[in-house]
Design a protein around this ligand. Structure first.
Ligand code: HEC
Ligand code: HEC
Length: 360
């Protein structure tokens, strides 16, 4: 026991020391990147978290974007982040379990890449403590880029274009894994989405929808907020949380015996079994299938699940209050309106935003 605490204390100290390292001064030949927030973000959210040792620059963001589409990051030279995170699908890929290296399949559905700068834990089970921590994972992941950082560094350092780009963005003579991750992170932080029809309505702009459709979406929003109806907002947020997620972990009652322990495998706590990160409700029109295992192909199926499909289990969230009745039991019309509301959070300007597309 004592030994365990001793090592924990040493580890904590090492972590603290490394956090207190002096941040390198910003380079004089770089241009600071200015984030322009959509109306709803500007109104309700604090600015995104930017670590002091990785200030956002035009050069860093452009490099991160190039790396996002770079197949040289993979062992076979055929896979990039974009293999699974496609622009038109709001940076998911619409497969239940995406295919990566050598036809192998992931065991979870691709997470949408959107508004990542406001997230402190990443992945469905939260095993990445933020974007920097996550950034090292895809290269070593046998199903994703399937390589070692040593190999990737060798390839990038042998590439004159990359050597120059890293030198300009970070003032570095040699490329190392931390700089690759920092560049990717800068790009990821720019991936902000907040211009869906529902956002435009709040900004007092035309929604682009017919009046009948948007009225249905507004009725759906009331159902979403009403505790005796959909009762969705506890976990997915309300107008004052335009991320449309609490970024916390819940068991929503998908299974009696969750086959994937989710957060439970990370914390080793039986109370966390079957808990997964609440996904954002943004851009759902582009991101199906849904849930950590992509079990539902349509939003109608998702809403039907919350209405009549809940399964009780020891770790089901207390907020799933009506599990004994199977769910929130909405009428056909209420379900249709709720789906319209969900669709009104989809921002097509994001999926076509030229700033995020393949620069090559
Ligand atoms: C073979 C498919 C595949 C490739 C390649 C891939 N990803 Fe992913 N990505 C996924 C899947 C699947 C998840 C969810 C996995 C989980 O939660 O266990 C995910 C999750 C993420 C997340 C977490 C999002 C969140 O909300 O927490 C980020 C960020 C991300 N990927 C970025 C990248 C980057 C950057 C690259 C390239 C360096 C990359 N991915 C390569 C499939 C892929
Ligand atoms: C107790 C918290 C909680 C409540 C209440 C809740 N959700 Fe969820 N929602 C989650 C979590 C957690 C997930 C991911 C579950 C998983 O994959 O295991 C999820 C997933 C979803 C998804 C799939 C998104 C995707 O990208 O895969 C949709 C859509 C959704 N919820 C809509 C709703 C609606 C509509 C309501 C109300 C009827 C609702 N949720 C109520 C926590 C909640």
């Amino acid at each position: 026991m004592f030994r365990f605490y001793f090592f924990t204390v040493i580890l904590a100290l090492i972590t603290l020391w490394s956090c207190h390292e002096e941040a390198p001064p910003p380079l004089s030949n770089t241009t600071p990147y200015e984030i322009v927030y959509p109306f709803v973000m500007e109104k309700y959210l604090p600015p995104i978290y930017i670590p002091s040792d990785n200030p956002m620059t035009e050069e860093g963001v452009a490099l991160g974007r190039k790396l996002f589409y770079e197949e040289k990051l993979s062992g076979t030279g055929t896979i990039s982040c974009n293999t699974c995170h496609l622009p038109a699908s709001s940076y998911t890929n619409n497969q239940q379990f995406p295919t990566g290296h050598n036809g192998m399949q992931e065991t979870r559905n691709t997470l949408v890449l959107v508004n990542l700068g406001w997230m402190s834990r990443n992945l469905w089970d939260g095993r990445a403590a933020g974007l920097y921590d996550h950034g090292f994972m895809p290269v070593n992941n046998p199903i994703e880029l399937h390589d070692t950082w040593t190999n990737v560094m060798e390839r990038l350092n042998a590439d004159e274009e990359y050597v120059t780009l890293f030198k300009t963005a970070f003032g570095a003579e040699t490329i190392d894994s931390t700089l690759v991750v920092k560049a990717l992170n800068q790009f990821e932080r720019t991936m902000i989405s907040g211009n869906a029809p529902f956002d435009k309505h709040q900004a007092g702009e035309p929604t682009g929808w017919s009046e009948a459709d948007f009225s249905a979406a507004l009725r759906g929003f009331d159902i979403f907020m009403e505790e005796t109806k959909g009762d969705c907002f506890h976990c997915h947020g309300d107008i004052t949380n335009p991320l449309w997620t609490d970024n916390l972990f819940h068991n929503t009652g998908l299974d009696i015996n969750p086959p994937d322990p989710g957060l439970g495998r990370i914390t080793n706590n039986p109370n966390d079994i079957g808990k997964f990160k609440t996904p954002t409700l943004r851009n759902l029109v582009f991101t199906g299938p849904y849930m950590h295992d992509g079990r539902f192909g349509t939003l109608e199926e998702v809403v039907e699940f919350y209405s009549t499909g809940l399964q009780a289990s020891p770790t089901i969230d207390p907020l799933m209050k009506r599990v004994s009745e199977g769910g929130v039991n909405l009428t056909t019309e209420e379900k249709a309106d709720l789906v319209m509301f969900l669709k009104s959070l989809s921002d097509s300007s994001y999926t076509t935003n030229p700033a995020f597309l393949d620069p090559g």
